[in-house]
Write a protein that binds this ligand. Sequence first.
Ligand SMILES: C[S@@+](CC[C@H](N)C(=O)[O-])C[C@H]1O[C@@H](n2cnc3c(N)ncnc32)[C@H](O)[C@@H]1O
Length: 257
Amino acid sequence: MKMAETGYYETGAALAQYLMFHYGDPEETSPHAPPPPDSLDFPARCAAVCVEATATGHRRRALDLGCAVGRATFELTRACDEVVGVDFSTMFIGACGALKRDGRLPYRYPVEGDISASAIARVPKDVRREATRFERGNACDLPADIGSFGIVLMANLIDRLPDPGACICRLPALVASGGTLVVTTPCTWTRSFTPREKWLGGRLVDGSPQQTSEALRIALEPAFALVSKRDMPFLIREHARKFQWSIALATVWRRRE
Ligand SMILES: C[S@@+](CC[C@H](N)C(=O)[O-])C[C@H]1O[C@@H](n2cnc3c(N)ncnc32)[C@H](O)[C@@H]1O
């Protein structure tokens, strides 16, 4: 994988942005105006969607693929015995390790220009940090011995991969029979991450527009049945007065028996 594709997630700017996104409180995230409705705590909401969709018997092992700085991984321990977080970014996986060990991670985040402020990312006290395992890995080339999971979460990952199809191909083996797959994506397809011919949606196919929901349906059936589809807003702070407000498409799938 080329550095240009993944380089952003190895920067201090990305680390601060994602620590704020996963652990920031409303006042830190949006100091000058209330955030748009239902746009905070996206990773915790993703974890809740996974758990709600999954029968108790399938909640033993969960995988958070593209876990970034780990909030959804930690949240999944509320319901699962063991949760594995995998991300390609060495810097993010390092932060996950520190958060697991200490439950907190001090960092600085941008206010404007050269001015920054300090904050502490804190893992909620009532999750089981010891039930997590964080590993650096490539979602397009996962180790053969990773096993299967009753829950697989892929939050805002597919449109950041060089080959999303290669990742999707592994899913039938990765999700246990009767288990749950949750895929969220803001459908931000761009050639800086994914060559156009590998986009799962957002392009013309045989001259007709194919959106991500349709491309996902084609890619995931027949191994998975669609359970539900919803919009999930999220807000990522760039600096005190600039934000990315996105509305992810979230689909929930059941691995056919
Ligand atoms: C848009 S962020 C989403 C992170 C997180 N799931 C969330 O919802 O906040 C995409 C994440 O995918 C990771 N990533 C990019 N390419 C990857 C790959 N090939 N394998 C695993 N993770 C990857 C990035 O490091 C980053 O953490």
